[in-house]
Design a protein around this ligand. Structure first.
Ligand code: ZN
Length: 247
């Protein structure tokens, strides 16, 4: 069976002499796709079969295996390949997208978020200190781990006093209401960080990375977003370790 879709390559693994096995994020779900001959110079699918490539793909399915038969690149994010730090951060975004998506699931929003984040790093030159936490938080929300930031989870105050985010339970609370929550790790969040987090969860997709904050706020936002993601997904990421070794 032949199908047409668009897809972003999240992972590439060399296979046999000249093939690649790709993990591709499409609007209809994550797919494992074999790209036959993709490592040959004259290959017609070579450009589509590389990390970060976003392409229109023609796929053929036979006995549960999917093969890439033709493709036309839409966006290669070539700027990322010239900047090691941006590329490492982009690779972390791809690994995160892979971690929270599955086969046969509606992945339109996560695909669109990932493309916007790569575009923000590649073409818009947005600072990593903005793009990284915004991507992490928004991705968590789309993946079903949206933090509750409306008010204190214990007393209900819309603007909690000395606010903290309990990253284990994904709720906001006042410092004094800490005892009301059953355990978990809580981190302090300044008013600026809280405003940035609320913006990131509410903003339209294309505006997501269009906020500014002081260096101090961005540092705290970065720590809170990363801690939240790790507490929710309960795992680390090799690509993040690599990115951090560079920065
Ligand atoms: Zn409270």
């Amino acid at each position: 069976m032949e199908t047409k879709t668009t897809g972003l390559v999240l992972r590439e693994v060399n296979y046999k002499e000249s093939d690649k096995i790709l993990t591709v994020l499409t609007p209809e779900g994550k797919l494992t796709v074999k790209a036959r001959g993709a490592r040959k110079k004259e290959s017609r699918v070579a450009a589509c079969a590389q990390l970060f490539a976003y392409s229109e793909l023609r796929l053929s399915e036979y006995r549960g295996r999917t093969t890439l038969t033709e493709g036309e690149t839409v966006e290669l994010f070539s700027g990322l390949r010239r900047d090691l730090e941006a590329m490492a951060l982009g690779a972390y975004f791809l690994e995160l997208a892979e971690a929270v998506t599955g086969e046969g699931e509606d992945c339109r929003d996560i695909l669109s978020l990932t493309l916007n984040a790569l575009y923000a790093l590649d073409s818009l030159g947005k600072p990593a200190a903005v793009v990284k936490p915004a991507f992490e938080l928004r991705l968590m929300a789309l993946a079903g781990f949206r933090p509750m930031l409306d008010g204190c989870a214990a007393c209900g105050k819309t603007e909690p006093e000395s606010p903290r985010l309990n990253v284990t339970h994904g709720v906001l609370h006042c410092a004094a209401c800490r005892g009301e929550l059953r355990g978990g790790i809580s981190l302090p969040v300044s008013a600026g960080t809280l405003a940035a987090m609320r913006f990131v969860l509410a903003a339209p997709g294309k505006k997501l990375f269009s906020f500014s904050a002081s260096e101090e706020t961005l540092r705290e936002l970065g720590e809170v977003a990363e801690a939240y993601l790790h507490a929710q997904l309960e795992r680390g990421f090799k690509t993040l370790d690599f990115y951090k070794s560079l920065t």
